[in-house]
Design a protein around this ligand. Structure first.
Ligand code: RB5
Length: 150
């Protein structure tokens, strides 16, 4: 599995630490920026990462901004993306097992590294449960089909 990662300035420090964690675990990733000392718009970096997911270059994404909210709003504009801001291991677990999250968003101003790394670990390790949750995800896809222009 290859993970797209991106941040704005408010998520940069947390992104750097999570990237080090991915490297330590041998998990493939591509970092779309931003870099140190830049002040940027989270939208631009979220777009680069999510383009790589919808093109198939990356399988999932982990995006960082101040709160995780702006990045989630951007990512959820993409067809087929279920981006979930998570704030503890339980929300990370359920975002995968129930919502089949394919984009985790995290807040550099709301989470410590210790909290974030447990969220990332849980999100990466938890499978989608399927069953009744597959029916619900299928309904989300139907909402998308009706509302996204080709
Ligand atoms: C940047 O100051 C901040 O607005 C951004 O990182 C994020 O929190 C937006 O959702």
């Amino acid at each position: 599995m290859k993970i797209a990662v991106a941040s704005d300035h408010a998520g940069f420090d947390l992104k750097s630490k999570i990237v080090a964690f991915l490297e330590e675990k041998g998990i493939a990733y591509r970092d779309f920026g931003s870099g140190p000392g830049q002040t940027v718009d989270y939208v631009d970096y979220g777009v680069m990462a999510m383009d790589s997911v919808v093109s198939g270059e990356c399988d999932r994404a982990i995006l960082f901004c101040g709160t995780g909210i702006g990045m989630a709003v951007v990512a959820n504009k993409y067809k087929g993306i279920r981006a979930t801001p998570c704030w503890n291991p339980f929300t990370a677990q359920v975002s995968r097992s129930h919502n089949d999250s394919n984009c985790l968003t995290l807040g550099g101003r709301t989470l410590s590294f210790e909290e974030a790394v447990e969220i990332v670990r849980t999100w990466l390790e938890t499978p989608f449960e399927g069953g009744r949750h597959q029916r619900r995800v299928a309904k989300i896809l139907e909402v998308e089909r009706k509302n996204f222009k080709p």
